[in-house]
Design a protein around this ligand. Structure first.
Ligand SMILES: [Fe+2]
Length: 236
């Protein structure tokens, strides 16, 4: 049984300063959201993570503020975590608790928002909408960014229009990328540029069910470890 919360590897094993043994964004709690439909699926996901060299997984089930309270979500998350925990072996990746929080208008007023931060930190993994962000959503994001008790991390920044992300970068807000984004040669250069500039703090699998979440993890981490300089040299 793995009960210890491992602090993410402090040794930054690449010049981008990203802990490549930490999966910052994963849907692995059995039945907590649509990421895993059973304990069996969760254990298979964790086995894949382990094989990919991951030592810590942050479990980030979806939190939709229009569907439930923070308290109800946390109770549900704890329940599913307790189903998983006794099944983990001592050499399995450690599982931390977090949430992928969908932004909604005026969210800065949501009670207990800080309880959704990644365990032991003040980092809130924020999911932006997949439609053009209206001014009200931008306003909310800026309000959240100004809150002292939380520090924003934008979930899967590779899935949004790059011009919006460039604006977020200007604000000094941290980014999480899905590792698979580096497998796309057309866009890789942009993501490596963000990584190189120190705008990306975390990689995630964003694994759902037994999807391709960890398939390219090793390839991507090797690319980060070795490829940054090469991409830089290739740049016009
Ligand atoms: Fe996700």
């Amino acid at each position: 049984m793995a009960t210890d919360i491992q602090t993410p590897n402090p040794v930054k094993n690449n010049k981008a300063g990203i802990d490549l043994t930490l999966d910052y964004h994963a849907h692995i709690l059995p039945g907590c959201d649509h990421g895993s439909n059973s304990l069996r699926t969760s254990l298979a996901q964790i086995a894949m993570a382990k094989a990919a060299g991951i030592r810590t997984i942050c479990a980030t089930p979806h939190f939709y503020p229009d569907r439930e309270s923070v308290g109800a979500f946390l109770a549900r998350r704890q329940e599913t975590y307790e189903l998983l925990l006794p099944e983990l072996d001592h050499d399995d990746p450690a599982v931390q608790l977090g949430a992928e929080v969908l932004i909604c208008e005026s969210m800065e007023r949501l009670k207990d928002l800080a309880l959704l931060c990644r365990q032991g930190t003040n980092e809130l993994l924020l999911e932006m909408p997949f439609y053009r962000w209206p001014d009200t959503i931008w306003d909310t994001m800026y309000q959240l960014h100004e809150m002292n008790e939380i520090s924003l991390v934008i979930a899967h920044a590779d899935r949004y229009p790059p011009e919006d992300i460039e604006q977020i970068i200007q604000e000094g807000i941290k980014l999480q990328l899905n590792a698979e984004c580096l497998t796309k040669p057309l866009r890789r250069k942009r993501y490596l540029r963000w990584i190189e500039a120190g705008c990306v703090q975390y990689l995630g699998s964003d694994i759902h069910q037994l999807g391709p979440g960890y398939r390219d993890w090793e390839k991507c981490t090797k690319l980060i470890q070795k490829g940054l300089g090469q991409e830089k040299n290739k740049r016009p």
